[in-house]
Design a protein around this ligand. Structure first.
Ligand code: PXP
Length: 390
């Protein structure tokens, strides 16, 4: 099977994940038993689709999707699906769905046309095509997306155990290496002002030994900013930090401290360090993170994990999914974390908009019983399976 997705438009405000469309197209082709065929998806603007609409359908003006079947092709080519991202973006707003939800629907619609369905032939066919589209999309959504979400591991708790004894073991540096060997895509450490777990020696050695990516969590305060600028981790995640809290309690109020955070982002940017802002899943915070030039947001999954009923958990999940969509479509990169465990992770990992999960406590506590290598591999399996279309 081969699916090609190319674009021919210059609309900087519209961010489309071709990767996502390709994955959805692959899934749809497998589902419709044409996995051995090839397909081409072309993303254009309104001008180009208007020209095609006029040329081939004698209809003036733009439309959302056009299908050009290649039924006579000896090479098992299904044909081309041409989508105007401009019309799609407008329609998504009208329908109150995300751009990518709508684009997936347009790919589904276009593909069914290529497979011979036609809603213009009769009322019955229109109903049958609509039903089939709904069925496919519902199934696709329930399956999740197959964009591989990455697993980054927070090793702070290893340092907590070490510090409880005031000696050198267990060493978070060794833990980080084991996590990487077991498949972690990144290592996260939080250098707190009070150095209650990770200390200056740890971050210095970790900077030298981490083979994947080092994500330094930190409060936006002067001393730590200086350390980060010298250390040059692969990215920093700004979190609110209170001395008395046991762990990070809530997301940053980005909207309420735009000026201060923008200054820190600018300093990091100058040093080539991308910044992620740890925020609660709220539109206001996503928008503020975008406004001040963050590269990433990390969505706080704590309330979702702490929910005491399925109903409450689903509500919290929806907030995360919506915020992830909003951030993704603004061009922000999206991570998530806090409190995720072996039961709660899969649902979050299945969100295609989320690039990476940051998980610490659940993995380190399981490691006490099964070993760190196995604990990481078990979590990695959950993340990989959830983020793949099967
Ligand atoms: N993300 C952030 C911003 C955090 O502060 C923490 C906790 O240090 C985590 C993720 C990981 O949370 P947990 O240890 O509950 O998996």
């Amino acid at each position: 099977m081969s699916v090609d997705c190319s674009s021919n438009y210059d609309l900087p405000a519209i961010h489309v994940s071709k990767q996502l469309l390709l994955r959805h197209a692959h899934w749809l082709m497998r589902k419709n038993r044409v996995a051995d065929h090839s397909l081409s998806i072309l993303l254009v603007d309104d001008d180009e689709i208007s020209w095609l609409n006029k040329q081939y359908r004698k209809i003036p003006g733009p439309t959302n999707v056009l299908s050009f079947p290649l039924s006579e092709s000896p090479f098992q080519e299904l044909g081309d699906i041409v989508i105007s991202v401009e019309t799609a973006a407008r329609e998504a707003v009208e329908k109150k769905v995300t751009l990518h939800t709508h684009l997936t629907w347009l790919v589904t619609h276009g593909l069914l046309h290529l497979l011979g369905h036609d809603h213009e032939r009769s009322e019955d066919e229109a109903v049958a095509m609509w039903d089939l589209e709904q069925k496919l999309i519902t199934e696709l959504q329930n399956t999740g997306s197959n964009q591989m979400t990455q697993l980054a591991i927070n090793v702070d708790h290893v340092a907590t155990v070490r510090n409880a004894r005031g000696i050198t073991e267990p060493d978070p540096v060794t833990a980080a290496s084991i996590c990487e060997l077991a498949g972690a895509a990144g290592i996260v450490v939080h250098l707190r002002e009070d150095r209650r777990h990770i200390n200056d020696r740890d971050v210095r050695i970790l900077r030298e030994t981490i083979k994947t990516r080092m994500n330094l969590e930190m409060g936006a305060n002067k001393g730590i900013i200086e350390i980060a600028l010298n250390l040059r981790p692969d990215m920093v995640t700004l979190v609110p930090e209170k001395r008395k809290e046991l762990t990070t309690e809530g997301g940053l109020d980005v909207a309420g401290q735009k000026k201060k955070l923008a200054k820190t982002i600018a300093k990091m940017r100058k040093a080539g360090i991308p910044v992620s802002l740890f925020i609660d899943p709220e539109s206001k915070q996503v928008q503020a993170a975008h406004d001040i030039g963050a590269t990433y947001v990390e969505l706080h999954t704590g309330r979702y994990c702490d929910a005491t009923s399925e109903n409450e958990r689903t509500q919290e999940y929806k907030l995360i999914a919506t915020s992830a969509d909003e951030a993704y479509e603004m061009g922000l990169r999206v991570n998530a974390g806090h409190g995720l465990d072996y039961q709660t992770t899969a649902r979050i990992a299945a969100l295609y908009t989320i690039e990476e999960l940051s998980i610490g406590h659940a993995i380190i506590t399981r490691a006490v019983f099964v070993g760190l290598d196995q604990a990481v591999r078990e979590m990695k399996k959950i993340v990989s399976e959830a983020s793949m279309i099967v």
